[in-house]
Design a binder for this molecule. Structure first.
Ligand code: UD1
Ligand code: UDP
Length: 365
């Protein structure tokens, strides 16, 4: 099951590996909880879904989305009658996919299992989505030892937990090698480089529901303050959710040192990551990717279910509070020792071989 951009990014390595290693039918169901952003990844990875539920509606609410997904996914499972359902992460697609499978007593594999913030409202609703999936799944692919430990604390039997690394690192390395081998992709950001000369690029992404309202306004205020500096340019691929895009566009568009751009193809975003000096994000996936490039990450959340980056010293939590975001960004811009300490290229989330470990477990079962 794939529904959103990050699910497609993190599952395409598994789908391709599985298809290469088994003659069993692998059915890809795209719920299209995201439309354009999902299609961007599917196109890039040459994955053609066998089923496309096309459920996205503009500004969808959680109850509408959940109800539509549960019913539609249930119907698919009744038609396809799979022997196993694979879900990834913590989206409503993943949660309803697991629940619909459970209602039919179909076993569920959970890729990226065991992430916990300990706060059911942050990230919201993802923390509860993961717990629901964790209750249902019989194969838990934990990206890190810490995630596996969280599952043990919830009494998941040892033989059902597999520490695999996060497939995002597999995806990232595949994307990076495409960028490195294609001069057109490598030069994709020449115009931004040319427009901003020696300015340092602050790459920003945000979209979390718990930040809607006050949080997004705090982030917008912080960005307005940061970009008053002449030595900085902000590049911000806008998430299309109107609760994010409208507020940030209203506050930041037209500024000569702010590039508000559309959601980028994954390879282009990977190119942007390598161009950035600092990354400001509330994204899960971006937190996991930036350390590969040695880019310091300021996480615009109060808590994270991915503390490995913070513990490794490559990420810091700054919330969605204007003053903290500004202070920590300026510190990275002005204090070279602090910058060097945070910019070590080391990725605690995976080694790029998660897909092989996952597929081995799937095929040995
Ligand atoms: C969803 C996931 C979140 C994940 C994020 C990745 C849930 C509840 N949330 O959040 O866990 O981190 O995806 O980006 O599962 N939209 C478009 N085009 C698109 C995609 C979205 O226009 O291609 C707009 C639509 O107005 C849509 C809205 O964004 O209604 C929200 O999409 P939704 O999937 O509900 O939530 P996200 O905030 O994207
Ligand atoms: N990403 C992308 N294009 C963009 C911004 C992000 O391809 O313009 C990728 C990013 O590299 C990461 C994933 O999208 O792999 C993160 O998705 P998002 O932040 O939407 O969701 P989350 O990871 O928070 O669930």
């Amino acid at each position: 099951m794939v529904g959103t951009r990050p699910e497609a990014i993190k599952l395409f390595p598994v789908i391709n590996q599985l298809k290469a290693q088994t003659s069993a039918a692998v059915t890809v169901c795209a719920t299209a909880q995201h439309r354009h952003m999902l299609d961007q990844v599917l196109r890039l990875t040459n994955i053609v879904p066998d089923i496309d539920l096309d459920v996205m509606r503009a500004n969808q609410t959680l109850d509408q989305l959940t109800a539509r997904l549960l019913q539609n996914v249930g119907e698919v499972l009744d038609q396809v009658r799979p022997s196993r359902v694979i879900v990834q992460g913590d989206t409503t697609t993943a949660m309803t996919g697991a629940l619909a499978a459970y209602y039919r007593r179909i076993p569920v594999s959970h890729v990226e299992a065991g992430l916990r913030s300990g706060d059911i409202y942050a990230p919201w609703p993802e923390e509860v989505n993961r717990k629901i999936i964790g209750t249902i799944a019989d194969q838990h692919f934990a990206p890190t030892a810490r995630a596996a430990e969280a599952l043990r604390r919830e009494n998941v039997p040892e033989e059902r937990i597999h520490v695999t690394g996060n497939t995002v690192v597999d995806a990232l390395l595949a994307a990076r090698s495409i960028v490195d081998s294609d001069p057109r992709l490598a030069s994709r950001w020449d115009s931004i480089r040319a427009a901003h000369g020696n300015r340092r690029i602050v790459l920003v992404t945000c979209h979390r529901r718990e930040n809607f309202g006050a949080g997004i306004l705090g982030i917008a205020d912080a960005l307005q303050t940061i970009v008053k500096r002449q030595d900085v340019a902000i590049v911000l691929p806008l998430h299309p959710n109107p609760n994010v895009a409208d507020v940030l566009s209203e506050r930041l568009s037209g500024h000569p040192r702010v590039e508000l751009i559309t959601p980028q193809d994954y390879t282009d975003f990977v190119g942007l990551l390598s161009l950035a000096y600092v990354v400001l994000t509330d994204s899960g996936g971006v937190q996991e990717e930036a350390p590969t490039f040695g880019k310091p990450v300021l996480v615009m959340r109060e808590t994270t279910e991915r503390p490995e980056g913070v513990e490794a010293g490559t990420a810091r939590l700054v919330g969605a509070d204007r003053d903290r975001i500004v202070a920590e960004t300026f510190r990275l811009l002005d204090d070279d020792d602090h910058y060097s300490a945070m910019s070590r290229a080391h990725n605690p989330f995976g080694d790029g071989h998660a897909r092989e470990r996952i597929v081995k477990v799937l095929l040995d079962a």
